[in-house]
Design a protein around this ligand. Structure first.
Ligand code: ADP
Length: 214
């Protein structure tokens, strides 16, 4: 069974993490951010060192390593009963970040919606990243040079991921609006999706029960 998933998609600083955390606190949604998984690694471990080596320069961690780590992580969350794929929709933030990653994930996730957070104001984005670097001590946003490289990588290799998914599953939301307004937009897209997911699940449970009783 592939995990039913929503992708939060957008440039660094577009608010994926902020919105993802809020959505993840709603029952029936599970938020998973690759950046957070990487940052939680012990920097002395081999994976931790690899992450530091790439992220510190504003580069993406190699695809195979990233996808393997993420798959292990999500399986682990399922095993310890933190993530319930039967009843929860995954909210992915920061993955897939290029076409190769999208292909490597196709056997594991069923993408039902892609939410593209668009930011037409580049200066606003850079400003958000600078502020976050100070607030969260983020070494990867510590210099304008690294911020610039991360935004450039997004345009060149991440944005084409949008072409990997059917256009009718992609919605665009302006990310420069206030956070609560962005949230309202996202919730409007997600309500019908969640209700449909619950409905399908109820039907599957009823079908299983009826097989059992005959
Ligand atoms: P942001 O939301 O600002 O883009 P993230 O927290 O998602 O930042 O990512 C921080 C860093 O972690 C990235 O610059 C990259 O080095 C690494 N990283 C996160 N997700 C991935 C991924 N899917 N593939 C490769 N590297 C990743």
């Amino acid at each position: 069974m592939r995990f039913k998933s929503i992708l939060l998609f957008g440039a660094p600083g577009s608010g994926k993490g902020t919105q993802g955390k809020i959505l993840g606190s709603i029952p029936g949604f599970y938020h998973s951010a690759t950046g957070d998984i990487f940052r939680s690694l012990d920097l002395q471990s081999e994976m931790g060192r690899i992450f530091w080596e790439y992220a510190g320069k504003g580069k993406l961690v190699p695809d195979e390593i990233t996808i393997k780590l993420w798959k292990q992580y999500i399986k682990g969350m399922e095993m310890i009963n933190q993530f319930h794929p039967d009843s929860e929709i995954l909210v992915l933030d920061g993955i897939p970040r290029n076409i190769k990653q999208a292909e490597l994930l196709d056997d594991t996730i069923d993408v039902v919606k892609v939410i593209h957070l668009i930011c037409s104001d580049l200066n606003k984005m850079v400003e958000r990243l600078r502020r976050r670097a100070l607030r969260e001590n983020r070494f990867d946003d510590a210099s304008d040079e690294v911020i610039r490289r991360r935004l450039e990588t997004y345009d060149r290799v991440t944005k084409p991921v949008l072409d990997h998914y059917p256009p009718d599953r992609i919605v665009h939301v302006e990310a420069t609006m206030s956070q609560i307004r962005v949230l309202r937009n996202l919730v409007e897209f997600l309500v019908p999706l969640k209700e449909e997911h619950d409905h399908q699940r109820e039907q599957a449970v009823a079908a299983r029960e009826s097989v059992k009783n005959h």
